[in-house]
Write a protein that binds this ligand. Structure first.
Ligand SMILES: [Zn+2]
Length: 166
């Protein structure tokens, strides 16, 4: 969705995916329409609860099934505005429909996305989610024991299973 004008890069389009992702995020930040998107509090809580590997898998699956085909169903309207962190990220990164993907990322319509294209667009979506989460750190838990019991038992250490950005 959206009829914003794609922003041209100030440097040539890089070849490697990490460089391309950074270059594309800079272009997207030049579009008022794209730059206004944020994850909701619910999106952030969901992303942190699920962990990065799961959201990355969702990003690949959702791009493949919703925009990856040669003729995606309801193309131009298939990406809700909210309900999953990847949805917001797709609007923010112009990976929401084949029209936006064509105009911003110069991938033609009418054919399926290749695996390499899905991987590259998923990397862009995840970099955008990473940045939003980094810019909005999780709120610390409120103190667990405001009324402290007399029997202080050693508490289990907080699980350190979350990945740094999530
Ligand atoms: Zn779109």
């Amino acid at each position: 969705m959206g009829h914003d004008m794609p922003v041209q890069g100030t440097t040539p389009e890089p070849v490697g995916d990490p460089q391309w992702v950074a270059w594309t995020l800079r272009r997207l930040s030049g579009s008022p329409f794209r730059a206004k998107f944020r994850l909701s509090d619910a999106d952030r809580a969901y992303a942190r609860a699920k962990g990065r590997a799961t959201i990355d898998r969702h990003a690949h699956e959702m791009l493949r099934t919703r925009v990856g085909g040669a003729q995606p169903i309801k193309d131009g309207k298939q990406t809700p505005w909210k309900g999953h962190p990847v949805f917001a990220a797709q609007h923010a990164t112009a990976t929401c429909c084949r029209g936006c993907i064509m105009r911003w990322h110069r991938i033609p319509k009418g054919r399926a996305l290749t695996d390499a294209e899905v991987n590259r667009l998923a990397a862009l979506v995840m970099a955008w989610i990473d940045r939003d989460l980094r810019d909005h750190p999780a709120q610390p838990e409120p103190p667990a024991e405001i009324v402290k019991s007399t029997t202080s038992q050693p508490k289990a250490a907080p699980t350190a299973s979350m990945e740094p950005l999530f």
